[in-house]
Design a protein around this ligand. Structure first.
Ligand code: G
Ligand code: G
Ligand code: MN
Ligand code: NA
Length: 253
């Protein structure tokens, strides 16, 4: 209960910040996007999302927090387009709760209109668990979201259950392969086979693949050989505060 009231105060006082982690094309190292990751600024320390997202979800506070994240991510995405010579997409994580409560389509449309960001520069990340409860309401929200022109990605892919054919029908653009398969990619033949199979099936359905949690050149090379499209991870960059992201983008070109 105390956490809940502290959370509301923090939201009112603007004490949440976004960090941004670059996503690179494996073929040529171009930055195609960045993922927005929220942090709670508590004095000098940053509270990671794992410590407040579950509470925000169970209390419904994820709805106002999620709206703030969407607005802030779109606003910041406008600010970094001038740092790089080609467009850079911003990816925003969505919780299943945002589909159930709150008007998600309205929140997305309002974040786009408020910032002036082109819809194709916003990617919404959802998990397989969100899709598992594929109620008619979730499906129609997804359809209307993709009609707005935003991109859709499946986060933590491979840890839940979803039919690829189904994802294709939902106008999903990208599968983000979960880091648990990537971490030991060079040492574990099972992981290598799983990742290869995901990439091959995804491409047959014209879905893009992004590997999460890439921590070494060796793993990046393996993924490139497997035909994976994009990568994200500490090998390229940790999630960065906005000023450092601007510097990173300028250095890359
Ligand atoms: O930033 P970090 O690597 O600690 O992220 C941990 C988890 O928090 C990830 O699973 C990520 O999806 C989640 N997360 C980060 N930012 C957001 C957000 O804005 N909304 C939601 N729903 N989840 C987020
Ligand atoms: O669940 P989601 O994919 O949205 O969250 C991404 C999480 O993974 C964030 O907490 C981010 O800080 C973390 N992360 C990003 N890159 C790496 C990496 O290379 N290694 C590890 N261990 N974690 C990473
Ligand atoms: Mn994510
Ligand atoms: Na993920």
């Amino acid at each position: 209960l105390r956490l809940r009231s502290q959370f509301l105060t923090a939201l009112e006082q603007g004490r949440f910040v976004l960090h941004f982690q670059p996503q690179l094309r494996l073929g040529d190292g171009r930055v195609l996007g960045v993922e927005a990751l929220v942090r709670w600024q508590d004095g000098d320390s940053l509270i990671p999302p794992a410590q407040f997202i579950p509470m925000a979800e169970s209390s419904g506070l994820i709805v106002p927090l999620g709206e703030w994240v969407l607005h802030e991510a779109c606003r910041q995405a406008m600010s970094w387009q001038s740092c790089y010579d080609s467009p850079v997409v911003v990816a925003v994580n969505l919780s299943a709760v945002q589909f159930k409560r709150g008007n998600l389509e309205q929140a997305v449309a309002s974040a786009l209109a408020g910032s002036g960001l082109a819809p194709q520069l916003l990617e919404l990340e959802l998990t397989e668990t969100t899709l598992l409860h594929q109620t008619e309401a979730v499906l129609s929200t997804l359809r209307r979201l993709s009609q707005l022109g935003v991109r859709l990605a499946i986060d933590d892919f491979g840890t839940g259950y979803s039919s690829l054919a189904y994802l294709k029908r939902l106008a999903v653009n990208t599968l983000k392969i979960d880091q648990s398969f990537i971490r030991n990619l060079s040492g574990d033949p099972d992981d290598a086979n799983i990742v290869c199979a995901i990439i091959e099936m995804a491409h047959k359905l014209q879905l893009q693949t992004l590997a999460e949690g890439v921590e070494s050149a060796q793993i990046a090379d393996l993924l490139r050989q497997m035909g994976c499209d994009q990568a994200q991870g500490y090998y390229y960059s940790r999630p960065l505060p906005i000023a450092q992201l601007h510097a990173y983008l300028r250095r890359q070109q």
